[in-house]
Structure formats: C-alpha cells, structure tokens
Design a protein around this ligand. Structure first.
Ligand code: XMP
Length: 395
C-alpha cells in the first residue's frame, strides 16, 4: 500500500485549494475514494477538497455511540446536516456492549481501532474503493515519524515509512492509525497532510463553512471513552454526554459573548480554547490519570488544591509538579453524588503542548453551581495542569 501526501504547498487558501485539486487529480482521477468523516475539521477539509476536485468519493460517518453532543445536537445529526450526502453507519448495537466495562485506557483505544478498521475494510470491499482519503495533518505526521515533514516524499510505500519510523524512533510520540493498519486499497490519499490545525480552519473559512465547524474543538479518536476515567457504563456515558455538552457549549458561549468568536488566537499565538470539555470519574483523587514525563505517558494520582483562587500561583505549582500527574482545583462539592466532574480547558497551537485557559473564576463558579444541580455530581474540579507535565486527556 502507498501513501500519497500533498507536500510543499502554498499556504494561502486559494492557491492551496488549487494545488490540492491538482494533487487529487494526479492520484485519484477516475478512481473511487473512501473518505471517513469524524465530524472534526481535518476530515471535513479533506472531504471538501475531494468534492471540489470532483473525485468519486464515498463519505462515511461511523456512529459508535460515544460521540459528543454539542448544544443538544448529536454529532451524527450535525454531520448529516453539514454534508447531506454522508453515509451514516450505525454500529452502536454491536460496539457499545464491547466497550462497556472496559477500564483500561489502552484496551479502550484498541477496541476503537479494531472497530474502525473492521467497518472501514468492509465498506472498502463492498464498494470496491481504490483509495482511502483521510484528514491526517502535519503534527500527526511529525509525531508519527519523528522527522520534519520536509523529509518525506509525496508518495511513499508502507515499508519505506516503517523504516523511517524505526530510524527516528527517539522522535516518535504517537502512532497514526494508517501507518499501522493496511487497508485493502492501492493507497491512502492525504490532501491536508502539510497543514496545521490553524491552516485547516482557514481552508474551511475559504469554503464558507459555518463558524461551529471552523472553530470545532479537537476530539480524540477513542471519543468519550477517553474522557471517562475507568470503565464506561450505560449510566456514566449518559452523564458524561450531558456534562460534556454543558461545559463545551457554555465556554463557547462565553467566548462568543466576550470576543464575538468561538475561539481566539491569543498573544502566544495559541488557539484559545483549543479544547474544552468535562471528564468524569468516580473518586478521581484515588485514580491514576495520565501525565507526561520526558515525552512519555505516565500514570499517577492527581493532587487536590482548595482555598483561594489564584490562577498564576496554581499554574506555577502545577508546572513544577512532581510525584503527581496533575493538580485539580476543587470548585465545589455535594454531600451526595457519584461522579467527580473535571473541567479541562486548554490553549494550544497543535496539542503537542498546552497551557491552561485563564477562565474567570466567576464563570467557573457559575458552571460549578449548575453542575452541582445535576443528579449524580459529587465534586467539581478545574484542572490547572499545563502539558507537560500533564497530557490533555486523562487516559
Ligand atoms: P494528549 O492527551 O496526548 O492529547 O495530550 C493530545 C491530542 O491528541 C488527542 N488524543 C487522541 N486522539 N486518539 C486520537 O485520535 C487517541 O487515542 C488520542 N489521545 C489523545 C487529544 O484530544 C489531544 O487533542
């Protein structure tokens, strides 16, 4: 299997789109292309480029039941509205029983990978697709290969890439699924491979996409299972969807009202907030969560801080944290309740490093009051740990 990536591109959207159309015609003209849409910005941009180049494409959205709800709208409904030609493949009935009860973070990731590859392979076979298009972007590539994108060629074989990964293993951070899984296609085609997240947003703007999509917050492949610490259950999934939507939508509303935009570029050139969400856990202070030491994921307990709110002091302490994975500032608690809610809001350029969004304490307190009114909420925390020493997600 080969991988075709569009490299050395002009960055201005109009010229980029022209180069992308030429690239797609070079490799995909008269071919049938499978394109998995996740609801995120990268795969949406890849699909819009395929449409613009008039490539015969099958857009597919896999609904496994752990996608987020935003402003009360399920991801599935959102994507159907955005791209009416998308084919929604509903695997909830088969997939959910497999993931329920699985508490190990890596096993959760494996279940997702297996489900994605199984369903994608099935459709590729049934539809006799020649190519698989995806929304891999520049940081994904550099973290997978440990090299600069300028060291890659437009077309490379899987074998060449595995060699390259081995040679640069010290720069390796995480694996991209298409480097590991070989699909039954001639090649993958990656039109946004040389773009950063911010540049992808510019392409969506060029295509006049709605603001909600342009500024859509990144969401991990293992979906809400990455935001439920420990085993996923039918009950905690319902609760997680509710608190996740409440936090993400409320903070977006705050940015819209304050800045007239759902996301800003701050003075450090970060997208603010890059990701904002609620994670849940039972008794989180007794649970090991992920941290980042020397570029590697570690698992350790979180440390709880209470008392006067002092953003700068807390961040400073969290930046130098040792012996714990992160600092959680306690915003409030109920005497009864089952789930701790962790509010996470980070600013970042590309998720490789992140700072904590300086949300006003009045906003955090108002969010806490509402969260405490939900059945099942026990404690509410704001995670004040940058990346490093924490990761963005909790698993
Ligand atoms: P971490 O938690 O490693 O996250 O700081 C960095 C970025 O990657 C996303 N993330 C994932 N994305 N599969 C994915 O597709 C995963 O297993 C995964 N884990 C984390 C995370 O949301 C953040 O944007």
């Amino acid at each position: 299997m080969l991988n075709h990536r569009l490299l050395n591109v002009p960055k201005k959207p109009k010229k980029f789109v022209k180069a992308a159309i030429e690239f797609l015609n070079r490799h995909a003209k008269n071919k049938k292309v499978f394109c998995a849409l996740s609801g995120g910005i990268d795969s949406s941009a890849a699909y819009l480029l395929l449409k613009e180049a008039k490539i015969n494409t099958i857009p597919v959205f896999i609904d496994h039941g752990l996608m987020r709800i935003i402003k009360g709208i399920e991801e599935r409904e959102y994507i159907q509205k955005l791209f009416p030609d998308v084919r929604v493949v509903d695997i909830r009935k088969e997939f959910l029983p497999k993931i329920y009860g699985e508490g190990d973070a890596e096993n959760k990731r494996k279940l997702f990978k297996a489900a994605y590859s199984e369903i994608i392979s099935k459709i590729i076979r049934e539809e006799k697709c020649d190519l698989l298009a995806d929304g891999t972007i520049l940081p994904d590539i550099e973290e997978s290969f440990g090299v600069k994108i300028s060291d890659l060629k437009e077309t490379m074989s899987l074998e060449e890439e595995k060699d390259l990964m081995q040679k640069h293993i010290e720069g390796f951070v995480k694996s991209q699924h298409n480097v590991e899984i070989e699909y039954d296609v001639e090649a993958t085609i990656q039109p946004v491979a040389s773009l950063t997240k911010h540049e992808v947003r510019k392409i969506l703007e060029y295509f006049n996409m709605p603001q909600e999509l342009i500024y859509r917050k990144a969401f991990p492949g293992p979906a809400l299972s990455a935001r439920i610490v420990g085993p996923v259950t039918e009950e905690n999934l319902i609760f997680e969807k509710k608190v996740h939507d409440f936090i993400e939508s409320s903070v977006e509303k705050y940015y819209q009202e304050r800045y007239g935009k759902l996301m800003i570029i701050n003075k450090d050139d970060e997208q603010e907030p890059f990701q904002v969400f609620a994670a849940i856990s039972e008794k989180v202070l007794n649970k090991k969560v992920t941290g980042l030491v020397g570029g590697k994921r570690i698992y350790d307990l979180p440390l709880c801080e209470k008392g006067d709110w002092d953003y700068k002091k807390l961040i400073e302490k969290a930046s130098k944290l040792e012996g714990y994975a992160r600092i959680l500032y306690e915003l409030g608690s109920n005497s009864e309740g089952k789930y701790d809610v962790l509010i996470r809001s980070i600013n970042s350029k590309d998720a490789r490093t992140a700072t904590v969004t300086e949300l006003p304490i009045d906003l955090l307190k108002a969010l806490t009051q509402k969260l405490l009114s939900f059945t099942h909420t026990k404690n509410v925390y704001f995670d004040v740990t940058p990346k490093p020493p924490a990761t963005i997600e909790y698993v």
